[in-house]
Design a protein around this ligand. Sequence first.
Ligand SMILES: Nc1ncnc2c1ncn2[C@@H]1O[C@H](COP(=O)(O)OP(=O)(O)OP(=O)(O)O)[C@@H](O)[C@H]1O
Length: 353
Amino acid sequence: MSGGDLERDLDLGDDPVVRPQPESEAELAFEGALRPRSLAEFVGQSKVRGQLELLLRAATMQQRTPDHILLAGPPGLGKTTLAMIVAHEGDRPLRMSSGPAIQHAGDLAALLSSLTPGEVLFIDEIHRMARSAEEMLYLAMEDFRIDIMVGKGAGATSIPLDLAPFTLVGATTRSGLLPNPLRDRFGFTAHLEFYDDGELEEVLRRAAGKLGLDIPAPALAEIASRSRGTPRIANRLLRRVRDYALVHRTEPDVAVVGAALELYDVDAHGLDRLDRAVLDAIVSRFDGGPVGLTTLAAAVGEEADTIESVVEPFLVRIGMVTRTPRGRVATRTAWQHLGVARPSTGALFDDDV
Ligand SMILES: Nc1ncnc2c1ncn2[C@@H]1O[C@H](COP(=O)(O)OP(=O)(O)OP(=O)(O)O)[C@@H](O)[C@H]1O
């Protein structure tokens, strides 16, 4: 396929069905209703759950605020949910903010100085906070204190301000972008992994129960297998299937799941058009790779950040793409998935799996 054909064929438009970010206000409300409220209700991530449980119980026994917690992993795996659970389990108030909302040290100073004792402060996308605010946060996390600068130039003085003890829960899809001094100040870093199909089935069973939907187990398993290892996507696909069954006045069985998800361009592996476009670009345009991230992003007309933090982790996880020092390479599975014959020899496939 030529570059022109490729670009014409891509026309990705706004295709959020399997993008792990929330789609709309309605989805946020829907998510709120389905969110687990306790660690016991939280499905999967057993290692992280065990680690968090210990950390929270130790803090309760010692009557102190829990250590600061960093939650790292791709979008939609439950970072916000875990932050809410940390607050809820310890019966502590929760304040929510995000990196992009903290563009100046003053924004952070206002936030920190208004916290009440024991409050949990959740900062989503913490890697996107302003650098000046990051520096203020070091001291706040360590000593529950900040220095406020008053005046300018030679006459400037810093006035120390004591803060109420708090627990910071930071969430990031790009922990590698956090400066070491910030990363080191978290007492515990949880790396959230993609969920397996059985765990996603459990997420879906709970969600269907809460929504009063009667969906047979094989249909839930089919939705789970197409959910990119991500609870947010599982719940979203559940909604699409529910809508489809409602409009077509039919029972939501496996065939209906297939038809509904085909309508939304979600294939049998849960890949959407952007995932397939990325694979197609590596295979058809760059002969299977290696290709650099920026070049690849330009080829599919998407932000490099989206490719790196959303598309790539899942393609790597299901063995369709490998990362090599020279760039991204499509594996044998990817060529097979696209139905494209792969050249039989060549050093290009040294990294193949
Ligand atoms: N372990 C889980 N068990 C059950 N449901 C879950 C779990 N994790 C996430 N969910 C569901 O998925 C939705 C998305 O989760 P959440 O908002 O916590 O993800 P996130 O990692 O914070 O995503 P983002 O980084 O995009 O904000 C939640 O509303 C919840 O319904």
